[in-house]
Design a protein around this ligand. Structure first.
Ligand code: SF4
Length: 209
């Protein structure tokens, strides 16, 4: 798996995901992005973030001060906007009440609307904690390449497997996740474009056509 990381890095280069806009506190931007990206594409998140900037909702404090309807309207492009507005407020309230260094995974997971992928995104990209972020792309690619038997593998089982297989380095964790997303969005899509794939010579799922 370490080789896969370096091959993806050679192919696509560093992704440097966050910070994005410079309009938010970097930690708060990661948290907001992590909630907005639930069940939607990053393009839609970017539209929602643009709206937040236009509406001057660029901090947890401002998000908490605004009413649910205004917030939901701003983040409408990200989908599930009523639930996400409530989740953002719950998350903002919690994060403003604690010291960053004391934030634990269990605390984030106890907030309604925050699942493992969202919590781990906040921990890894926002707080530089050594935890790998698993998502549907990770499961898809590692299954197709034969690292795991099933794409339905349990989240933490796969997370721990990856953490034990790649160098214990925060930048490797950050970049490996981002590179998997990049490869799956561009090539290893639901219907994979295997003819264009530089990994095809080692893939168990190579599809002709
Ligand atoms: S060869 Fe096809 S299925 Fe395998 S990793 Fe590449 S795009 Fe995905």
């Amino acid at each position: 798996m370490e080789k896969l990381f370096y091959d993806l890095l050679d192919k696509y280069g560093y992704q440097n995901w966050w910070p994005l806009t410079g309009k938010f506190d970097p930690f708060e931007e990661v948290c907001i992005g992590a909630v907005l990206t639930q069940n939607t594409s990053w393009k839609n998140v970017e539209k929602a973030i643009e709206n937040l900037i236009k509406a001057n909702l660029t901090s947890f404090e401002r998000i908490l001060q605004t009413d649910d309807k205004t917030l939901a309207n701003a983040i409408r492009p990200s989908g599930f906007y009523n639930q996400k507005a409530k989740t953002l407020k719950r998350l903002a309230k919690f994060l403003l009440s604690v010291e960053k260094e004391n934030i634990k995974r269990e605390d984030l997971l106890s907030i309604k609307g925050i699942g493992k992928e969202t919590a781990d995104t906040i921990l890894l990209y926002g707080l530089n904690k050594m935890i790998f972020v698993v998502d549907a792309y990770t499961k898809r690619l590692l299954h197709r390449l034969g690292f795991i038997d099933s794409p339905k593998i349990e989240y933490d089982t796969l997370r721990i497997l990856i953490e034990s297989a790649v160098p214990r380095d925060i930048n490797v964790y950050k970049e490996f996740h981002a590179l998997i997303v990049k490869h799956c969005k561009e090539v290893c899509k639901k219907n994979p474009d295997c003819k264009k794939c530089f990994l095809s010579n080692r893939c168990y799922n190579y599809t002709y056509g």
